[in-house]
Design a binder for this molecule. Structure first.
Ligand code: SME
Length: 160
């Protein structure tokens, strides 16, 4: 059993503790699926107000669903399509306050109202994206983006 002490204080504190827990949980484990599965579970457990949290992996030129928590989701997303495909194409974090205002947003869970997608890059290679969805508009801000970018940097070396 794993027990992690993740602060319920400020967002920076929350992400600091979450990052430390993810570091401990994935250190020394080379299996990408195991690490994505545990990371999705821990993110889901630690961050409030989410309806989906997980990974899409770059496989043969498109994004393919990886380990996640939440409702069953779209399996394949072309690069450049939707929020995930845009993050993958630009390699830039996407903070979408209102998914209905994002052209081409792909609705996997009808409950999603806002979304944060962070590219996971190792060296010059895109590994995939970390995708968080929330049931209320404006759930994600710059602190969430910074926290998830730190998570993506940590995991980049541990996802195969
Ligand atoms: N909404 C995403 C698709 C993935 S789901 O949210 C899990 C998008 O537009 O890329």
């Amino acid at each position: 059993m794993y027990q992690f002490d993740i602060a319920a204080g400020s967002k920076p504190e929350l992400y600091r503790d979450l990052l430390a827990a993810l570091d401990a949980l994935t250190a020394g484990e080379p299996d990408a699926i195991a690490n994505m599965a545990n990371a999705a579970a821990l993110i889901w457990q630690a961050l409030p107000d989410l309806n989906w949290a997980g990974f899409y992996r770059l496989v043969e030129g498109e994004l393919v669903l990886g380990p996640f928590q939440g409702k069953a989701a779209c399996i394949r997303i072309p690069i450049g399509k939707g929020v995930c495909g845009t993050a993958a194409a630009t390699r830039e974090t996407q903070i979408v306050a209102d998914v209905f205002a994002f052209p081409g947003h792909i609705a996997c869970d009808a409950a999603s109202r806002s979304e944060l997608v962070v590219p996971i890059v190792r060296g010059d290679r895109l590994i995939g994206v970390l995708d968080l969805d929330a049931p209320r508009p404006g759930r994600f801000d710059a602190e969430d983006a910074a926290g998830c970018e730190a998570i993506a940097r940590l995991l980049a070396d541990r996802l195969g």
